[in-house]
Design a protein around this ligand. Structure first.
Ligand SMILES: [Zn+2]
Length: 168
């Protein structure tokens, strides 16, 4: 075997990076060398850590495939990874779904919903996690007008638990 130097797309990412799902295929190039090494488990179904088999970098990744369809990457130090592996203690950046959704509009990579009613379940979840969340915040997170956010919050508030659809 020759000494073929392996390259990786992950080395082109900053300490924090937003990578859209699909599109130009950058997500596939980044993930082609990444291997999952830890899962948050628990409530944070979107959160895991991976290591690059080419350059050895560890990443914390939020896979936000429900609203804005982005991957969010944060470089992990050896100490941070140790805390995750030994104590299940994750850096706080991606632990709350509210914070993860907000990263889309924060970085101008957002999805638009044809039928905003599809957002009702997520709005309800956010209201249950934080009851004082405002229509302005909901509007920002989902790129809606404030009246539309208020309408969805009313709709969510009237929804019973039984109507919640599990997300596949
Ligand atoms: Zn790499």
């Amino acid at each position: 075997m020759g000494s073929v130097e392996r390259s990786c797309e992950c080395s082109t990412l900053g300490d924090f990076a937003v990578v859209g799902m699909g599109g130009d295929g950058r997500d596939e190039r980044v993930f082609s060398t990444l291997m999952e090494i830890a899962k948050h488990g628990g409530d944070a179904w979107w959160l895991y850590a991976s290591r690059c088999s080419a350059c050895g970098q560890d990443w914390m990744i939020a896979q936000e495939e429900r609203i804005h369809d982005n991957f969010y990457f944060k470089r992990l130090t050896a100490g941070e990874l140790k805390m995750i592996e030994e104590q299940g203690a994750w850096p706080p950046d991606f632990v709350r779904f509210e914070d993860v959704i907000r990263l889309g509009p924060d970085h101008g990579q957002v999805a638009r919903f044809f039928d905003t009613n599809d957002l009702t379940d997520t709005v309800k979840e956010l209201m249950e996690v934080r009851s004082d969340i405002s229509a302005r915040e909901i509007a920002y997170m989902f790129v809606l007008s404030e009246p539309e956010a208020e309408r969805l919050m009313d709709r969510a508030a009237r929804m019973s638990w039984k109507q919640l659809r599990p997300f596949a």
